[in-house]
Design a protein around this ligand. Structure first.
Ligand code: HEC
Ligand code: HEC
Length: 346
């Protein structure tokens, strides 16, 4: 990772420092947590600069996509976000004027179609699939009806998102759009905790014993094993590797914010204490932090295997801003469930 602060870099290098970990070096997507492709022509021709900017500023709370704006504790100021958007823009076609939906659809008819043709991948209000979560409060705030329709009609070539033109009539597609809109109802904009100061105490239970876990492959400890040690009062450091905006929404109680893009504080971590790093992805950003710790001589640095969202869903100790609830997760056994341990690079 470059030593310069990401906000000082040109757009292409900000991308490498902050985004390629999940969206891929060529914007092809699908490196971590099913992060979508950002170079897809049907995406770029329908995503306005405002849409791209808003996606980067606020992220998609409850998913691996964090908010990167400095106004939300993130690393990027407005000018840097503008350079980054310009870089994304250069990777595909110009944005098109999309036709407005003149005959609004019927959400009740759309529901049946959605359950049959969309839910396995996109989930519903309460569960996630392995495709972008359409019930997400920020997706709902940022995506226009024509943007949603464009994705359904044309699909996203080269991804699992197939075009529905020809399979569904124009009227049926309008019905589905109307139903997708209802997925956002009841979703609330949640508050934020104060930004981390960098002075939060590092060690949880400094007088406790070492945890008794046996990391899988010397690197991964399960959410249940960490929660057990935590409850037993074991001594450990928990590092939140996500951008600080995510920490400010909700974090494991006692976790310190040391984001993957600003790891200087790792130098302060004592070598004799177990360190558990986590992210939402569930391995990529935490994996970067553990690699940095190993470089610094740590032999007791591990990744929280299933990630923080599983910890949150199981009801283990969290500190959350007002209105933040456990994120939607894949239904057990569903395609997007993170129950395979084989496919991850870290
Ligand atoms: C830890 C993984 C991760 C990182 C790092 C990350 N993203 Fe994302 N991003 C995601 C995921 C996952 C989604 C889809 C979220 C969902 O389910 O709705 C997403 C969604 C997006 C979207 C919306 C795409 C769409 O089709 O609507 C944009 C734009 C985006 N990211 C840009 C960026 C940029 C630019 C950066 C770097 C500043 C970045 N992301 C960093 C995981 C990541
Ligand atoms: C087989 C899985 C699958 C099915 C079925 C599916 N999608 Fe998708 N969809 C995806 C994936 C994957 C993406 C993201 C593709 C990319 O750009 O990388 C996506 C993208 C989208 C987007 C754009 C989201 C964004 O943030 O950019 C919308 C809207 C959408 N799908 C709606 C639907 C609707 C409505 C249906 C049913 C009529 C449907 N999809 C069926 C997998 C699926």
């Amino acid at each position: 990772m470059a030593d310069a602060h990401p906000a000082t870099l040109p757009g292409s290098q900000i991308y490498v420092a902050l985004c390629a970990q999940c969206h891929g070096a060529k914007l092809e997507g699908y490196i971590a947590d099913n992060a979508p492709a950002l170079n897809n022509p049907t995406f770029l021709e329908s995503a306005t600069d405002d849409f791209l900017k808003a996606s980067i500023v606020t992220g998609r709370p409850g998913t691996a996509m964090a908010g990167y704006s400095d106004k939300l504790g993130g690393p990027l100021d407005d000018a840097a976000i503008t350079r980054l958007v310009a870089y994304l823009r250069e990777q595909g076609p110009k944005v098109k004027e999309l036709a407005p939906i003149t005959k609004p659809g019927d959400p009740a008819k759309g529901e049946a179609l959605y359950l049959k043709s969309c839910k396995t991948c996109h989930g519903d209000k309460a569960t996630r699939g392995d495709a972008p979560h359409l019930a997400n409060v920020m997706f709902q705030a940022q995506a226009s009806d024509p943007f949603i329709k464009h994705a359904i009609v044309h699909g996203r070539p080269g991804t699992k998102m197939l075009p529905f033109a020809g399979q569904l009539t124009d009227g049926q597609i309008n019905d589905v759009v109307a139903y997708v809109r209802t997925l956002g109802s009841g979703a609330k904009f949640a508050g934020m905790l104060p930004a981390p100061t960098g002075k939060e105490p590092l060690v949880i239970n400094p007088k406790g014993k070492d945890p008794a876990w046996k990391p899988r492959d010397g690197r991964f400890v399960s959410v249940d094993d960490v929660a057990k040690a935590y409850k037993a009062g074991a001594k450990m450091i928990i590092v939140d590797a996500r951008p600080p905006s995510d920490w400010m929404r909700a974090h494991i109680k006692g976790a310190v914010s040391i984001p993957y893009h600003d790891v200087a504080r790792l130098n302060d971590l004592p070598l004799d204490t177990w360190v558990v790093a986590y992210c939402a992805c569930p391995h990529h950003l935490s994996g970067i932090v553990v690699d940095e710790l190993v470089k610094r001589g740590h032999k007791k640095a591990v990744v929280l295997d299933e990630g923080v969202n599983v910890w949150h869903t199981r009801g283990y100790p969290m500190v959350a801003a007002e209105g933040v609830t456990a994120p939607a997760m894949p239904a057990p056994g569903a395609a997007g469930a993170h129950d395979d341990h084989s496919g991850h690079a870290h």
